[in-house]
Design a protein around this ligand. Structure first.
Ligand code: HEC
Length: 125
């Protein structure tokens, strides 16, 4: 009997949690960046060189050109320029976009989240 009450109580808690998470506001571009990119990339006025190159001032930047960062040859010679379509293609499937690149990354975000993150990222000075 006790166990049954507990089970009902627990499932009510689970339902409560579920409906809260369904109502939660979607993550902002900045929050998505923190979740998916920040471990390897830096942003801002004093970029440090982490695993990946700094990503500030990305809009219209030629791929593979940050001074002092060792890019793969694939990225350096890609001829890509970072704008919304190129960034989306890169984040959707880096290996298809620029084969032999060195960004070992499987994007965990949905297409919609990737778009939101990309729009935010391209606005960062
Ligand atoms: C596991 C580490 C890692 C994660 C996580 C990661 N990256 Fe990268 N990223 C790299 C590396 C390494 C490179 C350099 C690739 C090369 O030289 O081929 C790179 C390169 C890039 C470039 C090219 C920059 C330039 O100057 O040409 C962009 C743009 C980029 N990443 C965006 C992102 C975004 C946005 C995210 C998050 C959604 C992300 N990356 C997540 C490691 C990572």
């Amino acid at each position: 009997m006790r166990l049954r009450v507990l089970a009902v109580f627990l499932s009510a808690v689970q339902l409560g949690l579920l409906s809260t998470s369904l109502q939660a506001a979607p993550l902002t571009g900045e929050q998505l960046y923190d979740v998916a990119c920040r471990a390897c990339h830096s942003l801002g006025t004093a970029p440090d060189h982490r695993v990946g190159p700094p990503l500030d001032g990305l809009l219209n930047r030629q791929a593979g050109t940050v001074d002092g960062y060792q890019f793969s040859e694939a990225l350096r010679t890609s001829g890509w320029v970072w704008r919304l379509p190129t960034l989306l293609a890169w984040l959707t499937d880096p290996d298809a976009a620029i084969p032999n690149n060195a960004m070992n990354y499987v994007n965990p975000l949905t297409a919609e989240e990737t778009q939101r993150l990309s729009e935010w990222l391209l606005q960062q000075p």
